[in-house]
Design a protein around this ligand. Structure first.
Ligand code: GLC
Length: 743
């Protein structure tokens, strides 16, 4: 019904415009260029003027990097060593689509001359800030660098839930909770698009591990899907309005995502009313007729696919009546609707303007993000570093020269090249890139102590240095990357042993982790402090130094549970096999946990993690209280106050969880209902109110396609983390039935 109405509305609007066309046409023979018209109307007008071949031009994208091994040269007009390119249509004034990766900044495909641009901290780091403002600012910054680099489409917006802590791409995403991930990535997308650059949400959907990803069939029930991964995408779509969606490599219930009518046509376009376009991941298209008819709108990154599926094959399929002409028209309309809506026509690219990028300003934005992302996990008083310390040992992870970044298509390259070159694999997803922002130099500039570095390669030398130092700061890194999962959650390359040896030599040891996601810490009881710095971006070393020396009070909170061991996971053994026989299919049963992802699984199973979701310490002390909860609209809101009871500024993340007092058919005992991050001076109290989205109080019913809140009492919990509830109130809610969009 919704679809037919919107078509009628659009057709009526087009007729109205054409009826008064003489006046408009007098202005131009291209009425679609009138910016006063609605984007959908403009797209309809343009499609009516297009030839079949022009429509086919729009729906077929090329890799924007030479691929000699495939005898492929990037298209005329495309930018070198970039992600993708779709030619424009000069006759109609339609600009080319110049596509860049991705979530932390303007990436470059592996190249001898990479673009050197600003890198945000990793996506999971920005999620650890619990700050929509940092997410927006970061998106706005990288979107600006993309535009000034000559790109008008940014393939950012990764929001796959962290179901699998070993997933090599967790660093690109935003953790395990649909609401936190949806708000953070939705604001990043909003930031990117504020530059008139189309952003993407990806990888739609359930591409939650890399092992055998193209042969892996993700199994999950409709309701569980809608209350977990799809809910995160739904929130991103509502908050960020991404111009495009990237369907993923994996299979979902037997159909590859890019030819999966349930995902593309039913959920995204019909149920959620999505008006933008679906592009494939690079090499994720597997058919012409099935993918076109299932809702794919743009076949990306040729020659990644084994053959072109759109273009000539699509033209033949339409001529043969296998794909309706209306489907091609809809593809073109969707692409143009997003291009009009995001402002690509009125804000044409002006080629390479990267000389005008204000890197100082942009690095400060990245640093502010990193500083709020750092999570203080343990502190026996060692932090901030004592100014009385006379000798500091800094050990490991190239802390003398830089900080680590994640690998793969999202790789941003720093000015001047990697601080520790020639590391990591020679081919994709390498190289391993270290950003030249030295934690050691940052610490030394802020300390009167003698600071000595040891690489950590020689454990004995490191332990000797530790033994003769007042305080030890040992850095440990875990490189994660696209296309590969980590086999376990331990730190690699013997770093657990290094930390144990250093801590044994000197218990005044601080551990700084630079990881892609959760890791286990067998040495935790032997060290005095631990911070998780993630992949901290262009100025990450400065951010780490400012936190360790106390210039910045850490305010990060975990966006994902840190398990105590793999045995606690729904699937202790990873499914799939990257070395298995070609074409063999695998299944991953996400139905085991269903929507109970992360802390919800731990709650449901009564498991104690190493560190819980939402956990993070501060150099000051916060007191949250005064909780009241009341029905609000179709859901509820919670009000409370937070006080900074300590002696220094700090940012608190007050979390609100919700739970039915009696069985309401939820997937787990509680859900994150909302949060607020408050910057408080010593002694300052602030009142806050959090409104909970009704879908977070409901169960999705797949038959009626409604969200249902069961009448009854609900507990509202004010908390410092998923495992630290400060205060609980009970509120009665009447039964509610919401439509598929939560209204
Ligand atoms: C990659 C990634 C995707 C990226 C695209 C273009 O394989 O899966 O995230 O945007 O191809 O590089």
């Amino acid at each position: 019904m919704t679809k037919s109405l919107s078509r009628v509305a659009t057709a009526t609007a087009i007729a109205a415009v054409l009826a008064c066309a003489p006046a408009v046409r007098a202005q131009t023979d291209k009425p679609w260029l009138d910016p006063s018209l609605d984007a959908g109307v403009r797209a309809g007008l343009a499609v009516k003027a297009m030839t079949e071949d022009e429509k086919l031009t729009l729906v077929f994208g090329y890799f924007s990097t030479d691929a000699p091994w495939k005898k492929f040269t990037r298209p005329e007009g495309s930018l070198p060593d970039a992600a993708g390119f779709v030619p424009g249509i000069a006759r109609l004034g339609i600009p080319a689509q110049s596509q860049t990766d991705a979530g932390v900044g303007v990436a470059t495909q592996r190249s001898a001359h990479p673009r050197e641009r600003t890198a945000l901290p990793s996506g999971i780091a920005t999620a650890a800030t619990w700050s929509p403002e940092r997410a927006f600012d970061g998106g706005a910054m990288i979107g600006n660098e993309a535009r000034l680099s000559g790109f008008n489409v940014m393939l950012a917006g990764g929001v796959n839930l962290l179901r699998e802590p070993r997933n090599g791409r967790n660093f690109e995403y935003a953790g395990e909770d649909p609401w936190l991930a949806g708000v953070v990535v939705g604001n990043e997308v909003r930031g990117i698009q504020s530059n008139h650059v189309i952003s993407t949400m990806k990888h739609y959907a359930f591409n939650d591990q890399s092992t055998s990803q193209s042969e892996l069939d993700s199994q999950i029930g409709d309701a569980d899907a809608r209350m977990s991964d799809l809910l995160a995408f739904q929130f991103v779509n509502e908050i960020g309005h991404p111009g495009s969606v990237m369907c993923s490599y994996n299979i979902v219930h037997g159909r590859h995502s890019c030819e999966n009518a349930w995902l593309l046509d039913e959920v995204l376009k019909t149920d959620w009313g999505y008006k933008g376009y679906v592009m494939s991941d690079w090499g994720a298209t597997h058919s012409t007729v099935e993918s076109a008819n299932a809702g794919l709108d743009q076949d990306s990154g040729y020659p990644f696919d084994d053959k072109p599926y759109f273009g000539a094959p699509l033209k033949q399929a339409i001529a043969a009546g296998k794909v309706p002409q209306s489907r091609l028209d809809d593809m073109a309309r969707r692409i143009l609707t997003s291009m009009f809506a995001v402002g690509l026509f009125e804000n044409p690219l002006k080629g390479d303007q990267s000389a005008s990028i204000d890197y100082g300003k942009n690095e400060a934005i990245a640093q502010a993000d990193a500083e709020e992302a750092i999570v203080l996990l343990k502190n026996d008083g060692l932090l901030p570093l004592a100014k009385t310390a006379k000798t500091l040992a800094v050990i490991g992870a190239h802390a003398d020269v830089g900080v680590l970044s994640g690998g793969g298509s999202s790789q941003v390259y720093p000015h001047g090249g990697s601080a520790a070159p020639n590391e990591g694999p020679d081919n994709f997803p390498g190289p391993m890139v270290w950003f030249p922002s030295s934690p050691l130099k940052g610490i030394a500039r802020r300390s009167s102590a003698t600071v000595t570095f040891a690489s950590g390669k020689d454990i004995h030398a490191a332990a000797d240095l530790a033994a003769r130092s007042d305080i030890v700061i040992v850095f440990a890194s875990q490189w994660t990357a696209e296309g590969m999962d980590v086999p376990y959650l331990n730190l690699p390359n013997g770093q657990d042993a290094l930390i144990a040896a250093v801590a044994k030599a000197n218990p005044k040891t601080v551990v700084v982790l630079e990881t892609g996601g959760p890791v286990v810490m067998p040495w935790l009881n032997d060290v005095g402090a631990v911070v998780e710095a993630w992949f901290p971006g262009s100025n990450g070393g400065e951010a780490i130094a400012r936190v360790l020396t106390g210039e910045v009070n850490p305010s990060g909170h975990l966006p994902a549970t840190f398990p105590a061991s793999l045995d606690q996971l729904p699937r202790p053994v990873l499914d799939g096999d990257n070395h298995g026989p070609r074409g063999k299919l695998y299944t991953v049963n996400y139905g085991i946990e269903g929507a109970a992802v992360g802390y919800k699984w731990f709650d449901k199973k009564g498991l104690k993690p190493l560190f819980p979701f939402g956990y993070g310490l501060s150099y000051t002390r916060f007191e949250a209280g005064g909780l009241t909860a009341q029905p609000s609209g179709k859901a509820l809101s919670a009000s409370f106050t937070v006080k900074n009871a300590g002696d220094r500024d700090g940012k608190a993340v007050a979390q609100v969880y919700v739970s039915p007092a009696s069985d309401a058919g939820w997937e787990a005992p509680k859900r994150l209902g909302g949060w607020v991050k408050l910057d408080l001076r010593p002694g300052e109290s602030r009142a806050a109110t959090v409104a909970v989205d009704p879908r977070l109080l409901a169960v999705y019913d797949a038959v009626s396609k409604t969200w249902r809140i069961k009448a009854g009492d609900y507990q509202v919990m004010l908390a410092n983390s998923a495992a630290d509830i400060v205060q609980t109130q009970t509120v009665h809610l009447d039964a509610q039935t919401l439509d598929v969009t939560g209204k």
